[in-house]
Design a protein around this ligand. Structure first.
Ligand SMILES: [Zn+2]
Length: 246
């Protein structure tokens, strides 16, 4: 069962009233977990949790910075006046076959323009970029399925057709992948052993197997977990691609 709760807010750029559906899902039928921390839920639980867009001015808004307004403080006219906020899938670039790359490049541009003002936000957005590019590089199929399940059939089939063409974009994608992950390695501060495992994974995917190995030794307590064993084995084999854990 999936439920929506409606939350109201005003765009911090143009002050227009909007509402946002907050999605919560009680039942996840199955999920696939990957070594980079990405979890592919079926059905999808939420997209793009950090950035939403103003319907009027189309500018990005950091979700956690929004001051939501009490439902009661708006009268009926004001509520009717509000329009639905946009998410990344409302932007034209996500209708193209290489949408994983397009979104990653867009987020990277936002970081370069100073959209994120703390390391914490930058880390969250760089995780999104990491996962988007890992999806593109290794799985490809996650994107069209997301559209398919939301009944965006035209987009889904168009994306499937563009699959082959995407191989040509691997070069740009790899470049952005390395640039993003290099910076993430620099600023990421693990708070516990699980996060340190994620840090080891970052270094593994950067093909810095020595550093990855050192981190794994420090968190040897986790060696009974599936994720630890799979990542550790990949480090020993000097493999750098993202791994499906379950
Ligand atoms: Zn606006």
């Amino acid at each position: 069962m999936t439920t929506f709760s409606t939350k109201y807010f005003e765009c911090n750029h143009c002050k227009q009233r909007m509402f946002h559906y907050e999605l919560s899902s009680y039942h996840v039928h199955n999920s696939e977990a990957y070594s980079d921390g990405y979890i592919d839920y079926n059905p999808p639980v939420s997209f793009n949790p950090h950035v939403i867009f103003c319907r009027h001015c189309k500018k990005p808004i950091w979700y956690e910075d929004i001051d939501f307004i009490d439902f009661e403080s708006y009268d009926e006219i004001e509520r009717n006046d509000a329009v639905k906020s946009c998410d990344i899938f409302d932007l034209p670039m996500t209708r193209e076959s290489n949408y994983n790359y397009n979104i990653a490049a867009y987020y990277s541009g936002l970081i370069d323009e100073g959209f994120v003002d703390t390391d914490g936000k930058e880390i969250k957005l760089r995780f999104e970029i990491w996962h988007l590019l890992n999806n593109l590089n290794s799985f490809g199929a996650a994107g069209w399925f997301t559209h398919f399940i939301h009944a965006r059939f035209r987009i889904a089939f168009k994306m499937l057709k563009g699959w082959k063409q995407r191989r040509n974009e691997v070069h740009d994608s790899d470049k952005l992948f390395r640039k993003n992950l290099k910076r993430l390695c620099e600023i990421y501060q693990p708070a516990n052993e699980e996060e340190k495992l994620l840090q080891a994974e970052m270094f593994r995917e950067m093909r810095n197997f020595n550093t990855a190995n050192k981190l794994m030794v420090e968190i040897n307590d986790l060696n009974s977990t599936n994720a630890y064993r799979k990542i550790n084995r990949a480090i020993k084999l000097r493999k750098s691609r993202v791994i499906k854990l379950n």
